[in-house]
Design a protein around this ligand. Structure first.
Ligand code: AVJ
Ligand code: FE
Length: 368
């Protein structure tokens, strides 16, 4: 147990170091500002990270009272949707930094006094902070602030060809034992027909070609819902591009496209999005390796639902309240995703019109 305590304390510290490094360049005023209508002010994320930690580790695990019970509604993502977070009296300036530090001290005391339990709640809290780091980078991207874009990188040069995955029975989901989010379990069998999947995700240059080829004008490439979205918001290229094209290497996976755009691009190529089961089978395939997994999230055609036998853990609001037809699943990870969160079983989700995620597309096709 002594080693578990040390390694969890170390992981908590590393997560916090990353959070603090992310906000270090900004003034209190910059942290308080609503940078984009879809996103919370960065100092809301800071307070929320600490409130979540205080709730799960100090209160639920340690049995102590909340440090600031008066703040719990305002840091509850469901009580307080992002759209109104700019107006509420969350902690600002020095106060929020004092709050996150005070909670952390309580957490470390609980870890010493009570121990880690089976480690699940600590793991949840560490990963929650890392997930919010990615959310905060999305905010920085939308605001054009440092920390919102990946560094340039040379092309690895892998071919842009198709990998054929033979059909059959496979298993998807996180195996029992060890940490996984509730929506990744139970692991279960699925039966898939053979399919083709692109070795590499669609790159910026290919997306540029789509734009130049009338991608945003040709009705036949769009779903009804996608076209209605396009007509309303009039996008002509991915979020974050300039009039001249991507603000990123041509060969890198395209990012900041909605599910609707990803779906249209796929149709323009006579292809489709993979299902999440296909994606997981391909990503864990041992004969050939998908390239650039984890550079940009990859939209799938799948709706976010519970696997057969799903059980909410430790709370319904992590996953279950999002199940249904509205949300689409994204797989993989992005350049902004912390190593600890990376897994071929991880399921991310968002609405089909959203473009703030570091998300692109890897094409799939039926074997004809
Ligand atoms: C898994 C990224 C969709 O940001 O809404 C953060 C993660 N859950 N706080 C989200 C999460 C609660 C979640 N995603
Ligand atoms: Fe959260």
């Amino acid at each position: 147990m002594a080693t578990a305590v040390t390694s969890l304390a170390g992981a908590l510290r590393e997560a916090r170091d990353r959070t603090l490094a992310l906000v270090a360049p900004f003034s209190y005023a910059e942290l308080e500002r609503v940078q984009h209508r879809l996103m919370s002010p960065l100092c809301w994320d800071l307070g929320h990270i600490a409130a979540y930690e205080d709730l799960w580790l100090v209160h639920r695990h340690g049995g102590e009272q909340l440090l600031r019970g008066d703040l719990s509604d305002l840091y509850d993502a469901f009580e307080t949707p992002r759209a109104v977070r700019g107006d509420i009296p969350f902690l600002r300036g020095r106060e929020v930094f004092e709050y996150i530090a005070a909670v952390r001290e309580r957490t470390l005391n609980v870890l010493e006094r009570v121990g880690p339990g089976d480690g699940t709640l600590f793991e949840l809290v560490i990963r929650h902070e890392a997930q919010h780091n990615e959310t905060m980078r999305q905010t920085l991207f939308l605001a054009g602030l440092p920390g919102g874009r990946p560094d340039p990188r040379p092309d690895g040069g892998a071919p842009r060809d198709w990998i054929e995955i033979p059909g059959g029975r496979t298993e998807i989901g996180a195996p029992a034992g060890g940490f996984a989010f509730d929506n990744e379990r139970p692991r279960h069998a699925v039966e898939l027909p053979a399919f083709l999947i692109a070795r590499r995700p669609v790159c910026n240059a290919t997306w540029m070609h789509f734009c130049e080829g009338g991608g945003y004008e040709r009705r036949e490439w769009w779903s009804d819902e996608g076209w209605a979205w396009k007509e309303e918001y009039d996008p002509t290229h991915p979020e974050g591009w300039t009039a001249y094209g991507p603000n990123d290497d041509d060969h890198r996976p395209v990012m900041h496209v909605s599910w609707f755009e990803a779906d249209a691009l796929a149709r323009a190529h006579g292809a489709r999005l993979p299902t999440e089961a296909e994606w997981e089978m391909a990503a864990t395939w041992t004969h050939e390796q998908l390239q650039e997994v984890g550079d940009a999230w990859e939209w799938t055609s799948s709706r976010f639902t519970g696997y057969p036998g799903f059980r909410a853990h430790p709370y319904r609001e992590y996953s279950e309240v999002f199940f249904g037809d509205a949300y689409r699943v994204l797989r993989g990870a992005s350049w902004a995703t912390e190593t600890r969160l990376r897994s071929p079983h991880f399921r991310n989700w968002d609405l089909p019109q959203r473009r703030q995620i570091f998300a692109g597309v890897r094409l799939a096709k039926d074997v004809s």
